[in-house]
Design a protein around this ligand. Structure first.
Ligand code: AMP
Length: 225
């Protein structure tokens, strides 16, 4: 007997700072399916100064959500790429009920009939603490936390020497707004997936490694061979 993932089509769900990006990156490396972060796609469009990026940057920096029609188009394009044919980990989408409904239609079009939604549960005070301590390398995009891995404000990236900066939307007042938006707009999304019976709740408070372990345990089943 060996263990295998029950599905290679996954959505990662949880408030900002719950560790979706970290966990999606770890699982993606382990199972070899692409990690698709809508926040990353928007930030890279903003850095390149594309029309979408320019529009998105203002919205993101204010802690609001990018309109549903833009997000649905963006995800439709990404999921239709050949790289996503064998599975994917979607991180940061859907965030609203219309996005969730559009995704259901899109998955049906792509003949994806089984998927799981991993929910990372972390309480609000811990989220604010994590987000205000989060630093991102401007060069390689790696994420660090102040006081961990020898990193402090102003120190260089331990990996590539690049500059570590705080994301504009990680300032405390924006963080509080993002959490409020999460609670208001994403609660109906959770209820939607609850009804579909696809939710997998994971305690997101541990270390990256313990949370990763719990995710793989909960998503795996024993198979012959
Ligand atoms: P994230 O990196 O997932 O925290 O996303 C950063 C920001 O990008 C969010 O606060 C939103 O402004 C925007 N964003 C990312 N994904 C979505 C989405 N599915 N719907 C609307 N806005 C999004």
């Amino acid at each position: 007997m060996r263990k295998e993932l029950t599905t290679r089509h996954l959505l990662f769900f949880g408030p900002p700072g719950a560790g979706k990006g970290t966990q999606a990156t770890m699982l993606s490396a382990r199972v070899g399916v692409p990690h698709i972060s809508t926040g990353e796609i928007l930030r890279s469009a903003a850095a390149q100064g594309t029309p979408l990026g320019k529009r998105a940057k203002e919205i993101i920096d204010a802690g609001h959500l990018v309109p549903d029609d833009i997000m649905v188009e963006l995800v439709r394009d990404v999921l239709r790429k050949p790289e996503a044919r064998g599975g994917f980990i979607l991180d940061g989408f859907p965030r609203t009920l219309p996005q969730a409904e559009a995704l259901t239609a899109l998955l049906a079009e792509l003949h994806v009939n089984s998927f799981a939604v991993v929910v990372l549960d972390v309480d609000e005070e811990e989220l604010v603490r994590r987000l205000s301590n989060r630093l991102v390398c401007e060069r390689d995009g790696r994420v660090y936390s102040v006081g961990r891995s020898g990193v402090n404000r102003g120190s260089p990236c331990p990996d590539c020497g690049g500059q570590l900066v705080q994301r504009d939307d990680d300032r405390e007042e924006t963080v509080r707004r993002r959490l409020k938006v999460y609670l208001q707009t994403t609660a109906p999304v959770l209820a939607y997936y609850e009804q579909l019976g696809v939710l997998v709740h994971v305690d997101g408070r541990g270390t990256a490694e313990t949370v990763h372990w719990e995710i793989t345990q909960k998503l795996s089943e024993e198979v012959e061979g």
